[in-house]
Design a protein around this ligand. Structure first.
Ligand code: SF4
Length: 480
């Protein structure tokens, strides 16, 4: 039985992390729920490590959180836990690459969970390997454990600070030994990480939606270049600004606000949902000449922007496309006669709604351009008179080196085609992308100058692109 692949035309976030310190809560169960809330950040594997102060146990595997922990979290008792969900970007999607990673060092057990991508991991790994260090995985994150274990500093936070200052790229990392939970973020703040408080403990997570699920109160975001150390549930975590390479500006990933993050999360002070609604409003202001009967979204990620578009343009927002929420990635191959369009398995047009109408279809991004044309066709086949495609991000023209699932420029449709050529390709009546200025304006709390927009304009905040081109830095992919 062969399967056909459903490949959504979206970039995927690499990972989500969750950590908890508490002597009163069930740390493993809370981590399980936290990972549940972060499932959108990675669906290929999941894992939890927990320590009771002496022993550190770990359970992890391939699949969704519910699949990996179908028999529960028994055996993971303790007072500190970290968890991870993964969508592989560096290193193959194999069981040996599933996080958290665990090693034994001279201070006892040590475990790590990482969201992001280390751009100098290959150099560090090569140097360590020359020194006789062996590795058990093909992922970039493992070098961090080696650096910590080899540090001559005595306490864990000094060792972690030393390691954190050596790595480059995008990272939100959780480290635990049998006594401490440490969370740190790269100096640019590419990837998100927030701190929450429970009645009897502390929680750190990629997104606030995970804090909400476990009943933790949002305290603040971990600052770029900051490390927080939690070793007691009552006292405030210790804050250490570990980085000696502080950039002039932060570079929070703007794509988190466009697509990656869950809409109910608040990230670095900005509501994801509000930002998306603002993007839709802005898009409507930029496309005033479109005369449409209804606004629809490509569900679910395009919905907040479509609502914003409808509100601003005074055109009713309606659910013109219905998503099958229960679909997996692979399906049984249809016969030639069935000529099944894989998009139709995932989405169906509401004929009664779209027939005879001029439709504005809002989506958050077009990456490879593999599905937009099929959705336009679906709407036309259902009788839509006109389909105007409005995208709430600028054209994706450049690769991401900071923890996203592609780094190949030629795969990006906007890197080789003009907007008009893309419109022709997807057979839309018109195609509009939000302007870069419009995207910047949609952020109401964050400083727009403190964001990364590199996949839209190739202005990489660090030297990742130049170094990759010159061959002095390589993307970590030992499997390639
Ligand atoms: S290049 Fe794009 S996806 Fe990558 S961190 Fe920057 S804004 Fe985010």
């Amino acid at each position: 039985m062969r399967g056909i692949e459903w490949q959504e035309d979206k970039w995927h976030e690499e990972c989500g992390v969750f950590g908890i310190f508490s002597h009163k809560e069930d740390v493993a169960l809370n981590t399980y729920w936290g990972l549940y809330a972060l499932q959108h950040r990675g669906q290929e594997s999941a894992g939890i490590a927990a320590s009771d102060g002496k022993n550190m146990h770990i359970k992890k595997g391939m699949g969704l959180v519910a699949e990996v922990f179908k028999d529960g979290v028994g055996g993971l008792e303790g007072n500190i836990a970290i968890g991870h969900v993964r969508y592989s970007t560096t290193g193959a999607s194999m069981a040996y690459n599933v996080q958290p990673l665990k090693v034994y060092y001279d201070g006892g057990n040590l475990s790590l969970a990482h969201n992001g991508n280390l751009t100098n991991a290959v150099q560090i790994r090569t140097e360590l390997a020359k020194d006789g260090v062996v590795f058990q995985t093909t992922i970039d994150s493992e070098v961090v454990l080696s650096l910590i274990a080899r540090s001559r500093n005595k306490n864990l936070e000094d060792r972690v600070a030393e390691a954190a200052d050596k790595i480059e790229g995008a990272f939100a990392i959780l480290i635990m030994n049998d006594h401490k939970l440490i969370a740190f973020r790269d100096p640019y703040g590419f990837r998100p990480l927030c701190l929450g408080k429970m009645d009897n403990g502390w929680v750190v997570a990629s997104e606030t939606c995970a804090l909400d699920l476990v009943g933790a109160k949002y305290v603040r975001d971990v600052k770029p270049g900051e490390m927080i150390v939690i070793e007691d549930e009552k006292t405030e975590p210790k804050s250490i600004m570990y980085s000696t390479k502080n950039p002039k500006k932060t570079a929070h990933c703007v794509f988190e606000y466009v697509y990656f993050a869950r809409p109910d999360s608040i990230m670095d002070g900005e509501s994801i949902y509000e930002a998306r609604v603002n993007m839709g409003r802005q898009l409507a202001r930029e496309t005033k000449n479109i005369k449409a009967d209804i606004v629809i979204s490509v569900p679910d990620s395009g919905t907040p922007a479509a609502i914003g578009y409808g509100l601003e343009a005074g055109i009713p927002f309606m659910e013109g496309l219905t998503k099958n929420k229960y679909i997996g990635r692979t399906f049984i191959q249809p016969t030639q006669k069935q000529r099944l369009n894989a998009v139709r398995l995932k989405l169906n047009a509401n004929k009664a709604l779209v027939a005879g109408k001029s439709v504005v279809m809002v989506d958050d991004s077009i990456v490879r351009g593999t599905t937009s044309g099929k959705i336009v066709q679906l709407l036309k086949d259902s009788g839509a008179k006109e389909v105007h495609v409005c995208i709430s991000s600028p054209p994706v023209t450049d690769p991401c080196y900071y923890g996203i699932d592609t780094s190949v420029r030629k795969e990006l449709i906007a890197s080789t085609k003009t907007v008009e050529e893309i419109r022709e390709y997807i057979k839309a009546d018109s195609l509009h992308y939000i302007s870069m200025e419009g995207l910047r304006k949609s952020l109401t709390h964050l400083d727009p100058d403190g964001m990364c927009y590199a996949c839209f304009n190739a202005n990489y905040p660090d030297d990742a692109e130049t170094a990759v081109r010159q061959g002095t830095k390589f993307l970590f992919d030992a499997e390639a």
